[in-house]
Write a protein that binds this ligand. Sequence first.
Ligand SMILES: CC(C)(COP(=O)(O)OP(=O)(O)OC[C@H]1O[C@@H](n2cnc3c(N)ncnc32)[C@H](O)[C@@H]1OP(=O)(O)O)[C@@H](O)C(=O)NCCC(=O)NCCS
Length: 174
Amino acid sequence: MAEQVEIRRLSPAELRAQLDGLAAVLHDCVAGGASVGYMAPFSHADARSAFEGFAAEAEQGRRLILAAFSDGQLVGTAQVVLELMPNQPHRAEIAKVLVHRSARGRGIAGRLMERAEDEARAEGKTLLVLDAVTGGDAARLYDRLGWTTVGVVPNFALYPDGRPCDTTYFWKAL
Ligand SMILES: CC(C)(COP(=O)(O)OP(=O)(O)OC[C@H]1O[C@@H](n2cnc3c(N)ncnc32)[C@H](O)[C@@H]1OP(=O)(O)O)[C@@H](O)C(=O)NCCC(=O)NCCS
């Protein structure tokens, strides 16, 4: 039977109910070496605490959180950061695009990004910005989805094991 993938914007109640699922995806990505803000060692409890913070911001309308469910199981997530400085009301940032290693290569991140753009547009946003590790899986995804490269910042961040990585900034007009 074909896999059923559903993308949903999580309500405050669903966010609370899905905290462990969201944390499991973040934990798996960091365990897999992704440079998404955190250093090793990084536990499930650390990941849950990160998502508790994001959920609190989502409840205040400052960001929105999407989740991808494969046959009912949470396998991916993405965020739209809505609240930036007062002089940038038309702009949002895409953050924490994460797909569990077991669910990669099936177009789930592509669908999360498509939905993130739709949600941002519905919030009145006309410009999106994001950044990704230079030359990585995510940067390839954003290229494929029509994002424009701004440039590379050398040594912008670290991988979880402490090695430095370059970052590429992208933008997309909606
Ligand atoms: C980057 C990331 C989100 C991509 O997730 P994903 O769901 O695997 O992405 P997609 O499936 O849309 O695309 C991945 C690859 O599968 C291919 N693909 C997509 N659908 C496919 C399908 N149905 N059949 C075969 N291949 C497919 C894509 O062409 C792409 O190929 P490429 O890597 O050679 O360019 C994921 O690798 C991840 O979570 N990485 C760690 C966290 C991270 O770095 N996040 C980014 C923060 S900016």
